[in-house]
Design a protein around this ligand. Structure first.
Ligand SMILES: Nc1ncnc2c1ncn2[C@@H]1O[C@H](COP(=O)(O)OP(=O)(O)OP(=O)(O)O)[C@@H](O)[C@H]1O
Length: 234
């Protein structure tokens, strides 16, 4: 079976002589929310970056049976999109970032714009999570961790081009109420016929969150990954 995303014999180098991990094989299908688990430092973030074609890797990543290069990497990244844990490392404001991202030719032209050129849906998504529009004009470095995390996620979801989202601890800076809002919104998007979103790979250190959002559980080790049938109750 081809699946939406196929990870074949993936390895990632730690340094010239050592691999961080190797021999990773798994398939992501439509409607999957694959929770990635594993010890701190095992390489979960690195794995997501490999899948997003942001890190060097050995082996193969196939999206709908084809390599990232066959789509063109910028186009691939609009379909398989990585959302970092700490977007505050970006320069400028979220609105600058949104304008830059939506100006790329690889972005689908269907993104809705206001007459002044602004893209609206990401701002609406963030608003639903308690983000005032004025925050879009503040530098990333002057936003709280939770604000920048929600805005980065709202951009990824609101652009509505990604079929696979790679979420790196997307709610680690959020309070429980905001976490519930975000989790609910994402699961509605996965079910919505209007949304492009088909599957998610989600890193979380929270067992409770893993149970709430996950449909599959993948345990990453330096020598491969194992699928766990389900998480046992605490
Ligand atoms: N750009 C980099 N240069 C050198 N080493 C790096 C780089 N990024 C990550 N590493 C190292 O690679 C290893 C794996 O890091 P990674 O962030 O992928 O792990 P993780 O499983 O996501 O960790 P955590 O659960 O703590 O977030 C760590 O030892 C880290 O220090």
């Amino acid at each position: 079976m081809v699946g939406l995303l196929q990870v074949c014999n993936l390895s990632c180098a730690k340094d010239r002589d050592h691999n961080l991990f190797s021999n990773l094989n798994f398939v992501v299908d439509e409607e999957d929310v694959v929770v990635l688990q594993g010890k701190s430092g095992v390489g979960k973030t690195s794995l997501l970056k490999c899948v997003a074609h942001l890190n060097m890797y050995g082996g193969e990543v196939l999206y709908r049976g084809r390599t990232p290069k066959s789509y063109g990497v910028p186009t691939y990244r609009t379909k398989v999109s990585y959302v970092p844990q700490r977007p505050s490392l970006l320069s400028g404001t979220p609105r600058d970032f949104l304008k830059t991202v939506t100006s790329f030719r690889s972005r689908a032209p269907k993104v809705v714009r206001k007459s002044d050129g602004d893209v609206t849906y990401p701002i609406e998504v963030a608003n639903a999570w308690g983000i005032d529009e004025e925050l879009w004009d503040r530098n990333w470095s002057n936003l709280s961790g939770g604000e920048s995390q929600r805005i980065a996620l709202a951009i990824a979801i609101g652009l509505n081009t990604a079929e696979v989202l790679l979420l790196d601890e997307p709610t680690s800076a959020l309070d429980p109420y905001s976490t519930t809002l975000v989790e609910g919104f994402i699961s509605d998007e996965l079910r919505s016929a209007e949304s492009e979103l088909k599957a998610i790979i989600w890193i979380t250190h929270s067992e409770e969150q893993a149970r709430r959002v996950g449909t599959r559980f993948l345990h990453v080790t330096p020598t491969g990954c194992e699928e766990e049938p389900s998480l046992s109750e605490p």
